[in-house]
Design a protein around this ligand. Structure first.
Ligand code: HEM
Length: 409
């Protein structure tokens, strides 16, 4: 295996499994490596794979900007970039801090704790919907539901509209994977539908305010000015999209990991006191968001490597979370691992995942209900993985379990 063989730009190289053998080679031989790229624009990017460097890039926003070229891998045309910069994911402090403050209140540990009872109810409903059948597609019928229900609750999307908004947002992001690929026209139409819906919902909440994050945004001011409708639409979109695919793929990837490590499932089933360390290990082992992107704002260094102003940098959480200088036996799935300072939610910089508290509780609650109600859950077919170098995703995970009766019968 040679560095020249590595191609982290092609989602097809992540379908069979995350190419951890490449990341391990990079950490060993070239932790800050210039990854060449073909095609229009050509050039390449710095590929950062060691834990410490990833954390530094993530925290040092003055040198490594989310605003300059956006936080996503794909380069954008200037008019598209301009619009995307209205979303806080693609801002730098101090503007970022002002926007982030507006929504922080909706996601505090206390706010999330208050949702716990609702969450347990939803998780039980999800199990109720499949338990009599004895089989399910874990991704679509179990993992996808809870994140969607919760974010809708927090934003104030009425129950009856949730599925529709979710379908639009899925169509809008599309994906590199052929199964989900949509034409630019369809994606554009879906975006218009999400925006129109957010506008209409905002109008309803202006006339009769409710206790939710969308209502808070309508009243919020940045530098003495109310948010524009486009800013509200983009906030709405970011919040809908950011927590869905991520948490869904964490749960699906973790379920697949348990199928490969049945001793760990058994350990957790018989002693639920491991649940919170198990959640952290699921996050480390799966790392659903594999990278984010930054752009250098001035000449600087990452480790020993000199970086030029304007260079593109991609840092890989998925590699940092298997760095052997930080994690003992990094390729082992060990639900009692301690310490476990993974960076699945980011390396502690200004963009640290807004939904981390929420996601942790969703994962804990869902697995608690599964361990309780479908204790013999097992793989029942072929795992189909997503073609993407961004999301470590599972498309289909057929499962079987002994049929049981739903609650309240
Ligand atoms: C297992 C689930 C999740 C993972 C692995 C995850 C991962 C991440 C990561 C790595 C970032 C950092 C982005 C950067 O550095 O540029 C991030 C940001 C973000 N996450 Fe999550 N996330 C998850 C769940 C959620 C949930 C449930 C929400 C709920 C709304 C959410 C909302 C956000 C938002 C709004 C940001 C942008 C924050 C900012 O720009 O300040 N995430 N997430």
């Amino acid at each position: 295996m040679k560095l020249e063989d590595i191609d982290l730009t092609d989602g097809a190289n992540f379908v069979d499994h995350v190419p951890h053998e490449w990341f391990s080679l990079l950490r060993r031989e070239a932790p800050v490596w210039w990854h060449p790229m073909d095609g229009p624009g050509g050039g390449g990017f710095w590929c950062v794979t060691a834990y410490e460097d990833c954390v530094n890039v993530n925290r040092d926003w003055e040198h490594f900007s989310s605003y300059r070229g956006g936080a996503l891998f794909q380069d954008m045309e200037s008019d598209q970039l301009e619009q995307q910069r209205l979303m806080m994911l693609n801002m730098d402090p101090t503007m970022h801090t002002r926007y982030r403050r507006l929504v922080n209140k909706g996601f505090t540990p206390r706010m999330v704790r208050d949702l716990r009872t609702t969450m347990v109810g939803y998780a039980d409903d999800i199990v109720d919907a499949v338990c009599e059948r004895g089989t399910a597609d874990f991704v679509e019928e179990i993992a996808a539901e809870l994140p969607l229900l919760l974010i809708a609750e927090i934003l104030g999307v009425p129950q009856e509209d949730r599925r529709m908004v979710f379908d639009w947002s899925n169509r809008m992001i599309g994906s590199a994977d052929p199964e989900y690929q949509v034409s630019e026209e369809v994606a554009g139409e879906a975006a218009m539908q999400v925006y129109a819906y957010a506008d209409e919902l905002a109008a309803r909440k202006r006339s009769s305010p409710t206790a939710d994050v969308l209502t808070v945004l309508l009243d919020a001011e940045v530098e003495g000015e109310k948010l524009t409708q486009l800013e509200i639409d983009l906030f709405f979109l970011l919040l809908i999209v950011a927590g869905n695919e991520t948490t869904r793929n964490l749960m699906s990837g973790a379920m697949a990991a348990f199928f490969e490590h049945p001793d760990q499932w058994e350990k957790l089933r018989t002693d639920r006191s491991h649940l919170s360390s198990a959640v952290e290990e699921m996050l480390r082992f799966v790392t659903p968001v594999m990278h984010f992107r930054r752009t250098a704002t001035m000449p600087c260094q990452i480790g020993d490597q000199s970086i030029e102003d304007g260079d593109k940098i991609v840092f890989w959480h998925t590699s940092a979370n298997r760095d052997e200088s930080v994690f003992d036996r990094p390729d082992e799935f060990d639900i009692t691992r301690s310490p476990n300072n993974h960076i699945a939610f980011g390396g502690g910089g200004p963009h640290f995942c807004l939904g981390a508290n929420l996601a942790r509780m969703e994962i804990e609650v869902m697995f608690d209900r599964l361990l309780e109600r479908l204790p013999d859950i097992r793989l029942d077919g072929e795992v189909q993985r997503l073609q993407s170098n961004f999301i470590n995703g599972t498309k289909h995970l057929p499962v079987a379990f002994n049929p049981s009766a739903p609650r309240h019968r």
